[in-house]
Design a protein around this ligand. Structure first.
Ligand code: FEO
Length: 179
């Protein structure tokens, strides 16, 4: 059985992961408007991945006899003018999520909740390393091609090769190896 404290914290994190999906859709929409469809595709793929993160919390709460509570997802407030800024916003957000996951780890330790710690949060600790790495790498690569339209279009094409994850994986990510 899940404690009320962990249940509440996980419901809030479920909401934060859905907000992350919203944020990535918003950044993706900005790229669509800038005719950079590869980056837009990458952002959409990331938004889908964030929904799978939300489902990890959803599934964990349900599996442990808790109640899922769905809070309103706030509107992303972003003003972007360059691709570097767009991926910079993503990187900044991922650093924030890492801090949230670390706080959840602290809480699970306090509550002596090993199921939450090992069964769910360890995966997120590792995932956040990847999430920060890939957004920071994109910022650095975009800075390298700043001023070069050719470089930007090549990067756009390369990033656009990222596939969308399947609906079954979004709903039950833990059952999919590598997701
Ligand atoms: Fe769900 Fe990008 O962290």
């Amino acid at each position: 059985m899940i404690s009320k404290k962990i249940e509440d914290a996980f419901n809030k994190q479920l909401n934060a992961e859905l907000y992350a999906a919203y944020l990535y859709f918003a950044i993706g929409a900005w790229f669509e408007g800038s005719n950079l469809e590869g980056f837009a595709q990458w952002m959409k793929a990331q938004a889908f991945e964030e929904m799978s993160h939300a489902m990890r919390f959803y599934n964990h709460i349900i599996e442990r006899g808790g109640m899922v509570e769905l809070y309103a997802v706030k509107k992303p407030e972003i003003t972007l003018s360059t691709p570097v800024e767009a991926f910079g916003a993503a990187y900044e957000h991922e650093q924030k999520v890492t801090r949230m996951i670390n706080d959840l780890v602290d809480l699970a330790r306090e509550e002596k909740d090993n199921a939450a710690l090992i069964g769910l949060l360890h995966w997120f600790v590792a995932e956040q390393i990847e999430e920060e790495e890939q957004t920071l790498k994109a910022v650095e690569r975009l800075k390298m091609v700043e001023g070069s339209k050719e470089g930007l279009f090549m990067l756009d094409k390369e990033m656009g090769a990222r596939p969308l994850i399947a609906t079954a994986t979004i709903l039950n990510p833990a059952a999919t190896p590598g997701e």
